[in-house]
Design a protein around this ligand. Structure first.
Ligand code: CP
Ligand code: NVA
Length: 326
């Protein structure tokens, strides 16, 4: 059920509704490029709660909100009472009495659902441990820009197959009827509950879960994400050992045997030594690139950064759709 026009997880939306959001994102992109003002939500107030770090999602909500004419207030982790001195429910009631919409990035999916239930205003999920739904609209928008359509495409996600990105790509592809493969070692494949959801909401897509990297053969798009997600406490060495065979590199691209292959990444990515964590990993394990090599990242960077830009246009579409009737 969609509470208060919220955007909490993909299965709350039909194939048609998701496609409409993708198309609306494309329209907002045209307006922005043509510098046509679109302050359709002038005077509304929205709050952005981030319990985890963010560059793209925070920037996208901020710029999209301002472009729509709204006032945007950032409520960062440790700066509000939430979690430490005040419950999600009490916070929801307070913020819902002042703001017209709330973005929430956090840990548990139940928290963003509770925020929507008790605030009484639209809530947008800016990422939880389970789903990253706003990323989906940007990703499929980017695919549509590239291929001109979504029908008939086959995409593959390779790497940590049971994180929020893999869950969202599996389920969203199913809803949209796009063939999807999750390629991951047995220990990091999607949980049975997520696979069951994808099967339940499937609109004719072929769903494949495999540990065999040869499955990349013939795919139109290859996606990956970090090997350790925000908030996860795992042995990094164990993850590296499990996932190194699933790195996107020149050998893997050769296995895809598709000269028109597109590579995507939600970002941030560990593809070089220009980050603190990247350097630490290099010093400890001698590995300079993790989920994607710098060579492949640079070769496909125009699509990857187009995808990042599309976060803003698609989030604008999502907020407009939620708030347009106010
Ligand atoms: N892709 C994404 O959500 O990026 P941020 O963590 O920077 O928001
Ligand atoms: N799986 C990653 C996605 C970041 C956009 C994380 O949760 O850290």
């Amino acid at each position: 059920m969609v509470r208060n026009n919220s955007f909490l997880k993909e299965i709350d939306f039909t194939k048609e509704e998701l496609n409409d959001l993708i198309d609306l994102g494309l329209k907002f992109k045209e307006l922005k490029k043509a510098r046509i003002p679109h302050k359709y939500l002038e005077g509304l107030n929205i709050a952005l709660i981030f319990e985890k770090a963010s560059t793209r999602t925070r920037s996208a909500f901020t710029v999209a909100g301002q472009d729509l004419g709204m006032n945007v207030t950032y409520l960062g982790s440790g700066e509000i009472q939430l979690g430490k001195k005040e419950s999600v429910i009490d916070t929801a009631k307070v913020l819902g009495s002042m703001f017209d919409g709330i973005e929430y990035r956090g840990f548990k999916q139940e928290d963003v659902e509770a925020l929507a239930e008790y605030s009484g205003v639209p809530v947008w999920n800016g990422l939880t441990d389970t789903w990253h739904p706003t990323q989906m609209i940007a990703d499929f928008m980017t695919l549509k820009e590239h291929f001109g359509k979504l029908e008939g495409l086959t995409i593959a996600y390779i790497g940590d197959g049971r994180n929020n990105m893999a869950n969202s790509l599996l389920v969203t592809s199913a809803i949209l009827g796009v063939n999807v493969k999750i390629i991951a070692p047995a220990d990091l494949q999607p949980e049975a509950e997520i696979v069951a959801i994808a099967e339940q909401y499937n609109n004719g897509a072929e769903l494949t879960i495999t540990d065999d990297v040869a499955a990349v053969k013939g795919v139109d798009m290859l996606y990956t994400d970090v090997w350790v997600s925000m908030g996860e406490e795992v042995d990094f060495k164990e993850r590296i050992d499990l996932l190194l065979p699933y790195q996107i590199n020149a050998d893997l691209l050769a296995k895809a045997e598709n000269p028109n292959l597109v590579v995507m990444h939600c970002l941030p990515a560990f593809h070089d030594l220009n980050t603190e964590i990247g350097k630490e990993i290099y010093e400890t394990y001698g590995l300079a690139e993790l989920e994607i090599t710098d060579e492949v990242f640079q070769e496909h960077s125009s699509t990857i950064f187009q995808e990042a830009e599309n976060r803003m246009h698609s989030i604008k579409a999502i907020m407009y759709q939620s708030l347009k009737s106010l």
